[in-house]
Design a protein around this ligand. Structure first.
Ligand code: SAM
Length: 224
C-alpha cells in the first residue's frame, strides 16, 4: 500500500534533524555535487523566479539562489520540520508548507520548477507532474533529480549496497525505518525511459536526460 502524504510528512519530520548528515554520509558527499550540477544545467539562461517542490532542508533551492544571484526562490514541502531547517540555513528562501499535489500558485507562474529526490514520494505521480506543468510558464522549464538503479556489473554490486548496507546503516543512524522505505521506493520508481514517457504525457517536451555516477541518479530537464 502506498503511504499517505500524512505518513510521509511524519517520517520526514522525525528524520529532519539528521537528514543532511545522513545524505552526505550515505552518498559520500556525492549529493552535493549532483545538486550543483542541477543548478548549473538549469540556470544556463536567466530566471526571475524558481519553485523547488519537496525542498526538504532546502539544499537545491539554496544552490539555485546562490547560482542565480537574484531569482525569487520558493521552497515548498509538506514536512514543517524539514522546512524549519531550510529556514535556519537560508533566510532568503521563501518557505511554504504545502502539498505538491495542489500547489498554491496561479497557472504559468514560474520560470523554473524543480524537485530533487521528491517525485518518488508523490502519489499519484501523474497528478504531481500535472501540477508542475500548470505552474510553469510557457517556455519555462522543470528539472527533476531522482535516484535510478544502475545496470550491468556495477548495478549488481550497487544493489548489494543499496538492498543490504544502506537500509541497515540509515535505519541505525536515523533511529527509524525510513531508509528501508528509501530502498523500496527507489526500486519501485520507473526507469529513466519510462519516466520520460510520463513527462511527455504530462505535456513536457525537449526532455534531456543526464545520467549521474554510473546511473545511481538521473537528471531530467525539460520544457513546457
Ligand atoms: C528525500 S527528501 C528531498 C529533500 C530535498 N529536495 C533534497 O534534495 O534533499 C523528500 C522531501 O519531499 C517531501 N514531500 C514528500 N511528499 C510531498 C508532497 N506530496 N508534497 C510536498 N512535499 C513532499 C518530504 O517531506 C521531504 O522533505
Amino acid at each position: 500500500m502506498k503511504p499517505t502524504e500524512h505518513d510521509i510528512a511524519g517520517m520526514f519530520d522525525v528524520i529532519s534533524g539528521r537528514y543532511d548528515l545522513l545524505n552526505h554520509i550515505l552518498s559520500g558527499y556525492t549529493d552535493v555535487r549532483w545538486r550543483k550540477l542541477v543548478a548549473r544545467l538549469s540556470l544556463d539562461r536567466p530566471v526571475k523566479n524558481i519553485l523547488d517542490v519537496s525542498t526538504g532542508t532546502g539544499d537545491l533551492a539554496i544552490a539555485f539562489r546562490r547560482a542565480s544571484g537574484t531569482a525569487r526562490t520558493y521552497g515548498l514541502d509538506i514536512s514543517m520540520e524539514m522546512l524549519k531547517i531550510a529556514g535556519r540555513k537560508s533566510g532568503e528562501l521563501i518557505r511554504i508548507n504545502g502539498s505538491a499535489l495542489s500547489l498554491p500558485f496561479k497557472d504559468n507562474t514560474f520560470d523554473l520548477v524543480s524537485c530533487a529526490f521528491g517525485i518518488r514520494n508523490i502519489y499519484p505521480r501523474e497528478r504531481g507532474l500535472q501540477e508542475f506543468y500548470r505552474v510553469t510558464r510557457p517556455g519555462g522549464r522543470i528539472v527533476i533529480l531522482e535516484f535510478s538503479m544502475p545496470r550491468g556489473v556495477f548495478g549488481t554490486i550497487y544493489k548489494v549496497y543499496f538492498d543490504r548496507i544502506l537500509p541497515l546503516l540509515g535505519n541505525l543512524l536515523s533511529g527509524t525505518t525510513a531508509y528501508s522505505y528509501l530502498q523500496s521506493s527507489v526500486e519501485a520508481f520507473p526507469d529513466p525511459q519510462t519516466f520520460s514517457g510520463m513527462l511527455t504525457s504530462a505535456g513536457f517536451q525537449n526532455i534531456r536526460i543526464t545520467s549521474l555516477t554510473r546511473g545511481i541518479a538521473t537528471i531530467y530537464l525539460c520544457e513546457k
